[in-house]
Design a protein around this ligand. Structure first.
Ligand code: 1GP
Length: 266
């Protein structure tokens, strides 16, 4: 018989892999593919895997066809063995063939559907498809973009990190194992590193940051400020030098992780 700890904290394969990466490298990097504009998945999947991208996330705030998700996932899987994590916008994002799904709750939404409704509706299908659900608190910040609008969020201003720290602490106490600060896809200004370093002091769970991250310098600053992971979407869409861009961002993450470690050891 399993212990209570084993029974309650069922850490799946992908989540475990993320923690192992965090321990060995000090950061994780996710590339986001929008099923509505997937681009050249053959090159992207191979390059992402060779370059050491942690996983490919598949999702988009307006994508509403699980068939689109399945097509994208199967193409990625055909070309590589990189883990695929669904980044859902609702129950239509639940699709076959992925390894895991961010089981996320949009904590600063005014609409209960995005906080717990979609999750209630989706969990049986997630179990049937044997997708690994990874609990994630999703918090919209600043610009917010399409996801902020669709998710009826009240985005936290960049100047008010204490509000974000409150949400992050509540998320950790509620048992979420990751917190994702979302600036909105294509955010004209990424989340400031000072915002992340403020929140970092209040929680232990990994902090993921996305929205408007376009180069390695930004990734470096965010990781050095205390983020554990970064997500990029737009910057690779339709870009011809995918390999160079991924390399640049990974390099930035590595340098950021080094800076972070040296601050801890001081
Ligand atoms: C969006 O945070 C992600 O959900 C990625 O944002 O497209 O701006 O990289 P970008």
């Amino acid at each position: 018989m399993n212990s209570y700890c084993d029974r309650i904290f069922k850490i799946g394969k992908i989540e475990k892999r993320i923690y192992e990466k965090l321990e060995s490298d000090g950061f994780v990097y996710f590339v986001l593919v929008d099923p509505e504009k997937p681009g050249d998945l053959v090159s992207l999947s191979k390059i992402a895997q060779e370059s050491g991208v942690t996983a490919i996330m598949v999702g988009g705030s307006t994508a509403q066809l699980s068939l689109d998700y399945e097509e994208v996932i199967s193409k990625i899987k055909h070309e590589s063995s990189i883990p695929v994590i669904i980044f859902p916008s609702g129950t239509a994002s639940i699709a076959r063939g992925a390894d895991a799904i961010w089981f996320m709750s949009l904590l600063n939404s005014d609409d209960l559907f995005y906080v717990i409704g979609a999750q209630y509706l989706g969990i049986s299908a997630i179990r049937s498809l044997k997708l690994e659900p990874i609990p994630l608190a999703y918090i919209i910040v600043g610009y917010g973009g399409t996801v902020g609008f669709v998710g009826k969020a009240r985005p936290i201003p960049y100047e008010r990190p204490e509000l974000a720290a409150g949400y992050a602490m509540a998320a950790e106490a509620l048992g979420f194992r990751f917190v994702y600060f979302e600036g909105g896809s294509g955010a004209p200004r990424h989340i400031p590193p000072e915002f992340i370093s403020y929140v970092r002091k209040f929680v232990s769970i990994p902090i993921i940051v996305g929205g408007g991250i376009t180069n390695g310098t930004i990734a470096k600053e965010l990781i050095a400020a205390g983020a554990d992971g970064v997500v990029t979407g737009n910057v690779l869409e339709g870009y011809s030098q995918i390999k160079d861009k991924i390399f640049d961002i990974i390099q930035g993450c590595k340098e950021g992780a080094k800076d972070k470690l040296s601050k801890i050891n001081k």
